[in-house]
Design a protein around this ligand. Structure first.
Ligand code: 3PG
Length: 204
């Protein structure tokens, strides 16, 4: 089984994607992958999301997962659509247990020591720090990470091309998530590829 750590280390930025029309899915995925961002988080926030996941999987090099997965029923639908990893804004015990049972790489959201401890109890060590900027930003993550040296993070929520470097410079941060690389609506492939390329270079 692929570990979530491998997925987090594939590229410095995981695009957080909202697909309104399934026709947008393939051009968007193609442009992001062409720019170097291979890990794609498709949020289950629109009716088109599951079909978008199915469609994006046809793009060579894409590693497609589902985001905004908040319960076991959504997890099962996301897996059925072919999701290769699962992201959640938070962590409940039922969702965590279901993800572990299904042996799918899982990145749940945390914003407190109690959240992290609930994850550790389940055997999880890799978390999305969400919502990153409004939860106190990098100082908050540094304070939270200090007692949990075994944990690694993907801050998401308020991350930009401008502030991403300071997050990525903090060792426990393996990658960041953000929607700025995948603007909503009809896809301008050249623009998305440019945004992705800029984001990809954050890792060098
Ligand atoms: C998420 O769903 O993870 C966030 O809404 C993405 O946050 P951003 O739009 O601030 O990048």
């Amino acid at each position: 089984m692929t570990h979530i750590a491998d997925i987090m280390q594939t590229a410095p930025v995981i695009p957080v994607i909202v697909v309104d029309e399934v026709e947008h899915a393939v051009p968007l995925a193609r442009a992001l992958v062409a720019g170097g961002l291979r890990v794609l988080e498709v949020t289950l926030r629109t009716p088109a999301a599951l079909d978008a996941i199915r469609a994006m999987k046809s793009v060579e090099g894409a590693i497609v997962g589902a985001g905004t997965v908040t319960n076991e029923a959504e997890l099962m639908k996301a897996i059925d659509a072919g999701s290769e990893f699962i992201v959640s804004p938070g962590l409940t015990e039922p969702l965590g247990k279901a993800a572990i049972r299904e042996r799918i790489p899982f990145l749940p959201g945390i914003a407190s020591a109690g959240d992290i401890m609930r994850g550790l109890d389940l055997g999880l060590t890799h978390f999305k720090f969400f919502p990153a900027v409004t939860s106190g930003g990098l100082p908050a993550l540094k304070a939270l990470a200090a007692p949990f040296g075994q944990c690694r993070f993907c801050p998401t929520g308020g991350i930009t091309l401008q502030n991403a470097p300071e997050w990525l410079a903090f060792d426990p941060v393996l990658c960041v998530g953000g929607s700025w690389v995948s603007p909503r609506g009809p896809v301008d492939e050249a623009n998305v590829e440019k945004l992705a390329r800029e984001a990809f270079t954050l890792g060098s």
